[in-house]
Design a protein around this ligand. Structure first.
Ligand code: NAD
Ligand code: WQD
Length: 346
């Protein structure tokens, strides 16, 4: 059984989808974790699930990181924090177009508050959740970290571009070293099926929509077509959320060991392989034994055709590589959807 003895890490957004999987991996490695989350897009019972998986209950503080006084008072009482992993953000692309100021306010003010405290309280290590959406549709594939950053197509994506730049300027003038991880398309769930993605309302992303259709919550999946790809459906680099969680451990350890080559570094976190929507459906049908009801419909406004990562930089510098394949990702997502159904019966 792991013990709470290692360095203390603050995980903001730690009851969310990627944050909760990262807390599990941190605790498995012996780190002490304190979570801050306002539960705007997650549930407190995730803490129970993390405790069930790891045998350790992470410390949890519920408040909004946009509140500077509360954030500062938290740091005043927790002077032993060695690193921050900052997941907390709003993340729905479509909603950000409807409510731009809500997104700029939440994602940027919370980041500014955290960085101010990192400076005041001398926290030297900072990892940030960025996104492949900063690239838009790249001219060359696979996309490299130094590829051009295109004009953002949503306020959400714009907050990630601004955040990365803000962190980079901040790190250049402060003692805080930082790493931005650009996640491609995280899917799947922990093997225990005790934590996973919990979309509120109708899912926007492909895989929760597939699993909800297969379980009978949705009648059919709209497969967006007409893209510039061999089978006309979009191609993305899907990555298992547990592989993604592990990338955060190697990122903070790189900072702890001062192995970073710049004050702010950027890494693509994907598998390096792109899959079309039809491949995802075919693989899902195989691992679940379920026939999926779907319709091909016109393309989704604002969607790019295809993107997948060049992961050489992460492989070489972080010594990290995604290990799980598409079948692992989709079977874990399916197991999680069935676990949700079981819990809803109770
Ligand atoms: P999530 O919504 O499941 O988790 C984010 C958590 O942050 C939620 O629990 C939410 O309640 C919390 N939060 C939001 N604003 C807050 C605030 N002001 N104060 C305190 N807590 C706050 O999302 P996720 O999928 O786990 O994403 C985590 C991070 O990764 C986000 O920054 C997201 O933008 C980024 N990201 C996600 C994806 C993806 O496809 N899921 C891809 C690329 C990047
Ligand atoms: C994947 C593929 C769709 C739904 C979004 C954000 C991005 C990042 C991850 C946070 C595409 C197709 C989808 C459906 C479909 N999040 N699709 N029917 O668009 O790559 O990225 O989530 O940073 O910023 O933009 O992910 O899961 O929505 O779509 O055919 O009902 O599935 O066309 O090819 P996307 P997605």
């Amino acid at each position: 059984m792991p013990t709470k003895t290692g360095k203390k890490i603050l995980v903001t957004g730690g009851t969310g989808y990627i944050g909760s999987h990262t807390v599990v991996e941190l605790q498995k490695k012996g780190y002490q974790v304190v979570i801050i989350d306002n539960l705007s897009n997650s549930h407190k019972n995730v803490i129970d699930a993390i405790e069930k998986i790891t045998g350790i209950r992470p410390e949890f503080k519920k408040f909004d990181l946009c509140d500077f006084n509360k954030t500062k008072s938290f740091f005043n009482k927790n002077k032993d924090i060695s690193a921050i992993i900052h997941f907390a953000a709003l993340k729905a692309v479509g909603e950000s177009i409807e409510k731009p100021l809500e997104y700029y306010n939440n994602n940027l003010v919370s980041l500014i508050n955290i960085l101010k405290c990192a400076s005041v309280f001398g926290i030297k290590n900072f990892v940030f959740s960025s996104s492949a959406c900063v690239y838009g549709q790249p001219d060359k594939l696979p996309v490299l970290e130094n590829s051009p950053i295109k004009k953002a197509s949503s306020p959400y994506g714009h907050t990630k571009q601004i955040s990365e730049e803000m962190i980079s300027f901040f790190s250049s003038k402060n003692k805080t070293k930082s790493i931005s991880l650009r996640y491609f398309n995280p899917i799947g769930a922990h093997e225990s099926a005790l934590i996973g993605e919990l979309p509120i309302g109708k899912p926007n992303n492909l895989v929760p929509f597939i699993t909800q259709t297969a379980i009978g919550k949705r009648d059919f999946l709209n497969v967006y077509g007409n893209y510039n790809t061999p089978d006309k459906t979009g191609i993305r680099d899907y990555i298992h959320v547990v592989d993604l969680a592990k990338a955060h451990i190697v990122a903070i350890e790189r900072l702890f060991k001062n192995k970073n080559k710049k004050k702010h570094e950027v890494f693509n976190i994907g598998t390096g392989t792109g899959h079309s929507v039809l491949t995802i459906i075919k693989t899902f049908e195989k691992v679940s034994g379920k026939k999926l009801n779907y319709k091909i419909v016109p393309s989704r406004p604002g969607d790019i055709d295809k993107v997948w990562a060049n992961t050489d930089h992460a492989n070489k510098e972080l010594g990290w590589k995604a290990e799980k394949n598409l079948a692992d990702m989709l079977s874990s997502a399916w197991k999680w959807e069935r676990a949700i159904k079981e819990s809803e019966k109770k």
